[in-house]
Design a protein around this ligand. Structure first.
Ligand SMILES: C[S@@+](CC[C@H](N)C(=O)[O-])C[C@H]1O[C@@H](n2cnc3c(N)ncnc32)[C@H](O)[C@@H]1O
Length: 285
């Protein structure tokens, strides 16, 4: 595809997904519900460790840190990080999702920066500004995930952390329900650049959105080549014993729905990544 068609495709996807998330917010979808009172009673505890049990990714204390909550509208992440003492910027594509953040901020007298924009163009943010970037599941909504990681690397401080969660490519390839064989089936090809066909609403696919499958090469390799070092990876456990066949938890015991990644921005690697894209690296002692 030519660069101009690429841009047209990107703009079409962004406009489509912005409207879709506005509708989800208006319909009070589960992912658009602001944090409850209980979470604000002890925001640091509610935010948890970031990783799985026994592997703590987030710093114990968040006060004084600059935190970017990326594609995280909805009145949950941003307000809770701010309530835990961080200096927060929330960026999201959907005006309705950001309106929820504004509402929570007003009600709880929370001070945070709230900006509309796409995760693959953070030109409104200062370079090397954030200690921590929190990025809930959303890379499925852009056609070119490499662009997102380049932008996140640009705005993260050297040594800063990037915690992101993604829909696993295998999960997006697989059927949401069991087929005639009684098994979950691989129904979509790996990659290809086209959005997935529309699917009925479920915990795995948000109604009306355009979603793309990104391979592990694009996700993990993309994070590395943008200038991060991956320090840990986990597939959060959504299984339940005795889950009914076809339920979210039952399917999760066959294919993990999400992949969560802890990466650290390295000043050296950022230069190396640029060098890789220009040609071979020459190591000098
Ligand atoms: C899973 S929701 C965010 C978090 C949610 N409030 C929760 O509780 O997990 C995904 C978000 O991604 C946003 N989004 C979709 N495409 C985006 C893009 N290109 N740039 C920034 N945000 C985007 C949506 O508007 C939506 O708010």
């Amino acid at each position: 595809m030519s660069p101009r068609n690429d841009d047209r495709c990107r703009e079409g996807v962004l406009a489509h997904n912005s409207r879709a998330w506005d509708r989800l917010a208006a319909g009070r979808d589960a992912l658009t519900r602001p944090a409850a009172d209980g979470a604000f009673a002890d925001p640091r505890t509610w935010l948890g460790s970031g990783g799985t049990a026994g592997r703590s990714w987030l710093p114990e204390r968040l006060d004084g840190l600059t935190v970017l909550c990326l594609a995280a509208g909805g009145g949950k992440h941003g307000p809770l990080y701010a309530a835990a003492g961080a200096t927060v910027t929330v960026v999201d594509l959907s005006p309705a999702m950001l309106a929820l953040d504004r509402e929570v901020a007003r009600e709880r007298r929370i001070d945070m920066e709230i900006l509309q924009g796409s995760m693959d163009d953070l030109s409104m943010l200062k370079p090397a500004h954030y200690d921590l970037v929190i990025h809930p599941v959303s890379t499925c909504y852009v056609p070119d995930v490499g662009r997102v990681f380049t932008e996140v690397a640009r705005v993260t401080k050297p040594g800063g952390c990037y915690v992101s969660q993604h829909k696993s490519p295998t999960s997006l390839q697989a059927s949401v329900e069991t087929g005639a064989s009684g098994h979950y089936e691989l129904v979509h090809p790996h990659g290809g650049g086209e959005p997935l066909p529309p699917a009925p609403p479920s915990r795995l696919r948000e109604a009306g959105t355009q979603e793309f499958i990104h391979s592990l090469t694009a996700l993990l390799g993309g994070i590395c080549s943008a200038g991060f070092t991956i320090e840990d990876v986990c597939e959060p456990d959504h299984t339940l014993s005795a889950a009914a066949a076809g339920s979210f938890a039952h399917r999760a015991s066959f294919v993990a729905p999400y992949l969560r990644v802890l990466a650290r921005r390295s000043a050296v690697l950022a230069g190396a990544a640029a060098a890789i894209s220009r040609g071979p690296i020459v190591l000098v002692e």
